[in-house]
Design a protein around this ligand. Structure first.
Ligand SMILES: *Cc1c(COP(=O)(O)O)cnc(C)c1O
Length: 382
């Protein structure tokens, strides 16, 4: 007997897909994608200069309500640049949740810095302000030069909370705590375009926010990332750093620091601009899908994760929570065997070999969630 056949059948019914494979999150191209790509190719400006790059930045800034947006090749690069811009350096410590995609932790290591893991909350899936404050009070000391870890002696330079599966974390509280302890706040909003905390778009409350347009995100540019700023001067620095730190000059090659070639090609931006035109349609569709799932799971013993209070979530990946790891594994096995793609949450960062030795607080909520979360198909359902 297939224990969770009724869930698998429901997903097939929702997607009107009686037999075929159902992915977790596939992009849909129903707008101007081909038109803009063709326009881009005809113009010959397919690389890192072109009108779609500027247009994508302008439109994302407007959509999110940030002053400036700067494109990157992907979200991981964008986090790397954000950390550099706030001054994260070799041997600094950066506070993150262990329940995140590897990109958040890797980007910290690209700076020669060290991630420290702080627990999440069960009702937001994001960084717990209480756990953050407790760590800072008990483990750090505030000096005029900044916040320092009492045990390691290292500077605690930044905090990068993540809005898990598109659900906003309690970013206002986190922001207050970071201010108090003189820690820079960067939001990993890679999963949360179209998600709002108390009416403010995620990624615009911290000093810098980061979006991702990878193929599995709510909208895609093939691959891509975006930095969000309220400080124009910082945005200007980001542009400089992502374009090989080249000084503008009619012909000469002068670079004034070590820069990066993190520019998004125009052809990717063309795709991104077309996708952005349909974002509101996608978001409505995704919220309807979440409502359908929510109604369905109401009459079952399985918990469907709802957006936290005061939030509007994009429901990037719909999430269900099982009673135990055993039940989770039965469902993962049964659904994937039948071609309905489902996934557990990422293996927690502090359990990966590279980060095993990193310092961590009590991570009981993260560990509880790790055993029970399953993401179910969440593509825009046309
Ligand atoms: C997708 C994602 C990123 C960025 O990923 P890229 O594939 O490099 O665009 C960063 N953090 C989180 C939490 C993500 O889900």
């Amino acid at each position: 007997m297939i224990k969770y056949q009724y869930i698998i059948d429901k997903i097939r019914e929702i997607y009107n897909e009686p037999k075929g494979f159902i992915p977790l999150h596939a992009p849909v191209f129903i707008g101007n994608e081909k038109k803009y790509l063709e326009e881009c190719i005809d113009s010959t400006f397919v690389s890192s200069v072109g009108k779609f790059v500027d247009l994508f930045e302008e439109k994302i800034a407007k959509y999110t309500g940030s002053k400036k947006a700067v494109v990157c090749i992907n979200g991981t690069n964008a986090i790397h640049i954000a950390l550099k811009l706030v001054g994260v350096d070799i041997d600094d410590e950066v506070l993150i949740q262990p329940l995140t995609f590897i990109a958040t932790a890797n980007a910290i290591c690209y700076c020669g810095a060290i991630p420290i893991f702080i627990d999440v909350e069960k009702n937001t899936l994001g960084l717990s302000p209480e756990a953050l404050e407790e760590f800072l009070i008990s483990e750090t000391v505030l000096k005029p030069e900044g916040c320092f870890n009492k045990t390691t002696g290292r500077r605690v330079k930044a905090c990068v909370p993540m809005h898990t599966f598109g659900h906003p974390c309690r970013i206002d509280k986190i922001s207050k705590i970071c201010n108090k302890f003189n820690i820079e706040l960067i939001e990993d909003a890679a999963e949360s375009i179209g998600s709002y905390y108390k009416g403010i778009h995620t990624g615009t409350i911290g000093k810098i926010g980061v979006l991702s347009f990878n193929g599995n995100k709510t909208i895609t540019s093939g691959g891509g990332g975006m930095l969000l700023f309220n400080d124009e001067e910082l945005a200007h620095k980001a542009k400089h750093l992502t374009t090989q730190a080249k000084i503008a000059h009619p012909w000469d090659f002068i670079h004034d620091e070590i820069g990066y070639n993190y520019r998004m090609p125009n052809i990717n931006a063309a795709l991104g601009v077309a996708q952005l035109e349909n974002l509101n349609l996608y978001l409505n569709n995704k919220r309807l899908l979440a409502k359908t799932y929510s109604d369905f799971f109401e009459s079952s013993s399985i918990f469907f994760f709802h957006e936290p209070g005061n939030c509007l979530s994009n429901y990037w990946l719909n999430t269900i929570i099982f009673d135990s790891i055993e039940e989770r594994d039965i469902f993962l096995k049964e659904s994937n065997a039948q071609g309905v793609m489902t996934r557990p949450v990422w293996r927690l960062m502090h359990k990966l070999p590279m980060f095993e030795s990193c310092k961590k607080g009590s991570l009981t909520n993260s560990e509880w969630l790790e055993d029970r979360i399953v993401n179910i198909p969440s593509s825009v359902n046309i």
